[in-house]
Structures are given as C-alpha cells and as structure tokens.
Design a protein around this ligand. Structure first.
Ligand SMILES: Cc1cc2nc3c(=O)[nH]c(=O)nc-3n(C[C@H](O)[C@H](O)[C@H](O)COP(=O)(O)OP(=O)(O)OC[C@H]3O[C@@H](n4cnc5c(N)ncnc54)[C@H](O)[C@@H]3O)c2cc1C
Length: 490
C-alpha cells in the first residue's frame, strides 16, 4: 500500500521496489486494482471532473461502447434496459452507417446465421428482444447430429423430447434488427458513421482520470468506462496495447442458403467432420437450410464461383460420400459397439440421414476467413473488451457470438454490482472480476474447439481410432453428454 502510493505519486524508489511493483501489477494486478478503489457518488465525480478538466469541447459519458455489431448492440441494450443504469449517460459508437429495415419481413434469407444457445435466448428475453426475433423469424433445432467421415462414430445432442429446442437458428440481421428495435426504447445515445481517431487511456491508475477519445468527426469525448466491441481486428485493443494471440486456420468458411430436394420436418442441425474440415447444415425452414463449410482458401474460392449444379453436387457429396475405414479402426469400432450394446442394450442413439439439396439461393454463396484470437487481458483501467474483440473461435461449435453475449451478461451484472455499492464502473476492482469470470469460462472452450479442429483435420488411422472410440463413448455416457451440452449453452 505504502509502496503503491509512493509509486503512483512519483516518489523515488529503489530499483527492487519498482521491479516488485511492476511484477505485481503485471501478474496480479493487485496494486492497480487497489489504487483504483475509491467509492464515490457518480454524479458528483462527473461534475467535479468537468470543472477540473475544463475542456468545454469534450462531452462526458459514463460508459461508451464502441462497435454496434450483435455484441455491442446487445451490451447497449442490456445496460439501457437495466434500471440501475437509468441515470448513466451511455453512448454507442459505430463506424458503419445506420442500418435501414423495412417493416415487411425480408423475403430472402441472409447467408449469415448463428445458432443461438439457450443462455443467449434468456438474455434476449430479458431485454425483450426475443419477441421481435420470433415475430420476424427463427427456426428451432431439436437435435444435433455430429459424425465422422472416416469412421461410423457419431454423437447426437437433444433433450430427450424432440419437441424441445437445443438451439435456435437466427439470421445475424434479424438478431441485430431485434436488438436495435429494443435499443430505441432506451436512453442510450447512438452515433453511426463515427469512430475513434485517437484514444488516450489514463497514464496512471487514477480514479478521476478518464479515457479521452477524439472522434474522426473532430469531437472529443471522455468516459469513465470504454467497452470495446469492435470485432476481432479491434483497433481499441491495439490502442490499449493489449497483447493478442491468434492465428489463421488457412481455411475459409463457405456460407450459402441451400434448397432441400424435398420438404422435411427440418429441425436437426447436421455437422460432418471431413478430413478437409467440418461441413454443417442448419435448418431455416422446411425447404431451406444454411451452410457453413470450412475448407482451404483455394477450394473455398472455387466453391463460391463454380456453376450451381457443381456446387450442389459438391455439397451432397460432402455429406453423403462414403470414406473407406482403415481395417484397425473398423475392427476396434465394432468391438466398442459390442461392448456398448452389452452395457446399454437400448442403443446409444439413432443415426439419421441428412436431407439432400437440389439448389442454392441466388447470390447467397460467400466465404469468410477463419481464425482463432485471444486477448491476454480483457480489461485494463477504464477499458473492457467484449465479443470478438476479446476472443475469436472457429465456427465448428457455433459458440462465437454466444460467448460474446455471455460477456454482455457477465459485464452487466458486475457493473450493476459496482453501481449498487457506489463504486466506479471503470475501476479494476470490478473489471478484474469480469476478466476472471469470463477467462475461466472461455479459455477451456477455446482450447477444446481448437483441439477438435486439429483432431478432426486428419485421416491418419491412429488419430481416427482415438477419436472414434472417444466419440462413441461420449455418445454413450449421458451425464458426460449433458455436461457438454450445459457447457456449450452457458
Ligand atoms: C462463417 C461463420 C459462421 C459463424 N457461425 C456462428 C454460430 O453459429 N454461432 C455463433 O455463436 N457464432 C458464429 N460465428 C461467430 C460470430 O459471427 C461472431 O462471433 C460475431 O459476429 C461477433 O460479433 P461482434 O459484435 O463481437 O463483432 P462484429 O460482428 O465484428 O462487430 C463489430 C462492429 O464494430 C464496428 N467497428 C469496428 N471498429 C470500430 C471502431 N473503431 N469504432 C466503432 N465501431 C467499430 C464494426 O463496424 C462492427 O459493426 C460465425 C462466424 C463465421 C465467420
């Protein structure tokens, strides 16, 4: 404490004391948290600040959220609809222009969709956005079937009753539209076509030093807390000097809206692991499904530009083509099946066949580069990263935006708690709780997704054997499956 005060006031200290403080700051963030602790009346400190700083051109906000994608808009909605924040001045900044929505339901389905998990649906319900999503359109998924192309191993996820949803497929535009509609009912100010040109973070941990932002339109703003929701290439993360670990998978995700060859009760999400990458088909209607196919960049380019009939053949073949199983894999797999039949005579789940496709909606084919990214820190004094700005994952587990909405829930409740005790929302005392809570949840999920991506990117017999046995056992052990489902939906 003494050392911390002395350090913050610039009192000369011996080299070992400085090193000790630097280390504690870096590794524990204890001193940073500690020196930021000061309970204060929110409005008082705002007035005090404007008087002291006296910069008439700069406008003060309690919270600024940068990035009005799904996660940033979700964050703005969650704060705007929470009574605790009704006296807080909140701003949402977005580089892009204001999206325009017609009152009618869009006829064509967008090629960008996400499988929203039950926890995300809960958040949407809490901020009353779910009713708008349902009014526009969403499709329930009651079962997921995931299988290996190199063996007969498969795993299914459902709630036992095939009328209960395990996820909902929603177009990203629909989610954003519903959130924007709810945001209009709040006092949150939104500025489009704006972005930060220069950001200055407080140079030392000082409870009365704010983040100063110079916007491209020449305006200056200051804030107690900046929330960066500006996507995986976050400029704010960069400006804050937060270390970011990441790599490209040398793969693109090819997306498209697929036409099924005949109407079916389309409530199953299908994913097949091919050695070249996973292919997934998510239900949209009884005759349409959405494709996410991970392939090498060259193959992706070819898939997006080839004639429609060739593309349809390629998709059908990816789901249906039989791959020859290695003899050892085949034998061990049969032994595992016999053992499982002995332990579980009722069987371990029915293998269903995916629907075949007959066409693809005009102009719906596109590709997106895939990669992994993780910020070493999600917070620093007066800054919190959320969504893809903090973590980016491969879409094979449909987790990306769900993790981002998880950040929204966690940060909202931690900031709410801070306000309820008269605390400072930008203080590390509170922000560190957010970082710890989210990193504990997200890091194991990211490692699992990356591990799965690697485990299934090969047809080497010993690896196929390992994953075949693993998948079959996991599918047979219901408590383990339940745990996986709970983990993926929270
Ligand atoms: C092919 C594919 C399929 C996917 N499928 C799923 C799925 O099934 N389920 C799932 O959960 N996830 C899925 N994802 C991941 C999901 O799409 C992302 O996790 C999600 O879109 C990230 O949202 P975000 O709001 O954090 O970032 P973004 O969507 O990148 O939004 C960032 C916003 O910030 C704005 N911006 C950028 N810089 C600034 C700035 N300096 N100031 C102000 N604004 C700024 C941008 O204009 C943008 O509007 C998929 C991803 C891909 C590529």
């Amino acid at each position: 404490m003494y050392l911390s005060k002395a350090f913050n006031r610039g009192v000369p200290l011996c080299r070992s004391s400085v090193l000790l403080i630097e280390n504690l700051k870096r590794h524990n963030r204890f001193l940073s948290c500690f020196s930021a602790v000061r309970f204060q009346c929110v409005n008082e400190s705002r007035e005090e600040h404007t008087e002291n700083e006296g910069n008439p051109a700069s406008e003060f906000y309690d919270i600024v959220i940068a990035g009005a994608g799904m996660v940033g808009t979700g964050m703005a909605c969650a704060l705007g609809h929470n009574k605790m924040f009704e006296h807080q001045k909140i701003l949402l900044l977005e580089t892009g222009s204001k999206p325009t929505y017609s009152d009618d339901q869009p006829e064509a389905y967008s090629n960008r969709v996400c499988a929203l998990n039950p926890q995300t649906v809960q958040l949407m319900e809490k901020i009353d956005a779910w009713q708008h999503i349902q009014e526009i359109r969403t499709k329930s998924v009651c079962r997921m079937q995931v299988w290996d192309a190199c063996s007969d191993a498969l795993i299914t996820f459902d709630q036992g009753d095939l009328t209960i949803s395990v996820a909902h497929i929603v177009e990203n535009d629909v989610t954003l539209r519903a959130l924007s509609k709810q945001l209009e009912k709040t006092k949150v100010e939104v500025q489009y076509n704006t972005k930060a040109k220069k950001i200055e973070f407080p140079s030392k941990v000082d409870p009365s030093a704010w983040v100063k932002i110079q916007l491209e339109n020449g305006k200056f703003i200051e804030t107690r807390l900046l929330i960066a929701a500006d996507g995986n290439r976050s400029k704010i993360r960069e400006a804050a000097n937060i270390n970011h670990i990441g790599w490209d998978y040398d793969q693109s995700g090819v997306v498209a809206t697929l036409m099924l060859s005949e109407p079916v009760e389309n409530t199953v999400a299908w994913q097949r692991f091919l050695p070249s990458g996973p292919i997934a088909m998510l239900p949209l209607t009884d005759t349409l499904s959405s494709l996410v196919w991970s392939v090498g960049h060259d193959r992706a380019k070819a898939l997006v530009s080839m004639p429609e009939d060739q593309f349809v053949d390629a998709v059908n073949s990816a789901f249906w083509k039989e791959y020859e199983s290695h003899e050892v894999v085949y034998t061990v797999s049969n032994v595992v099946d016999s053992l499982l039949r002995f332990v579980k005579p009722e069987g371990t789940g029915i293998r269903q066949l995916p629907p075949s496709i007959i066409g693809v909606s005009d102009g719906s084919r596109a590709r997106f580069p895939l990669g992994l990214g993780h910020a070493s820190y999600y917070v620093k004094p007066r800054l919190a990263l959320i969504g893809d700005a903090a973590h980016r994952v491969h879409p094979l587990a449909g987790q990306g935006v769900n993790l981002g909405f998880g950040d929204v829930m966690s940060l909202t409740s931690i900031l709410e708690e801070a306000l309820s005790i008269g605390g400072d929302v930008g203080s590390m005392l509170h922000l560190c709780k957010y970082e710890t809570e989210r990193q504990r949840h997200i890091v194991p999920i990211m490692a699992t997704i990356d591990g799965l991506k690697r485990l299934y990117s090969t047809d080497r017999p010993e690896v196929v054997l390992l994953r075949t046995v693993g998948l079959k056992l996991t599918n047979a052990i219901q408590p383990l499956k339940d745990q996986l489902m709970t983990g993926a939906s929270s």
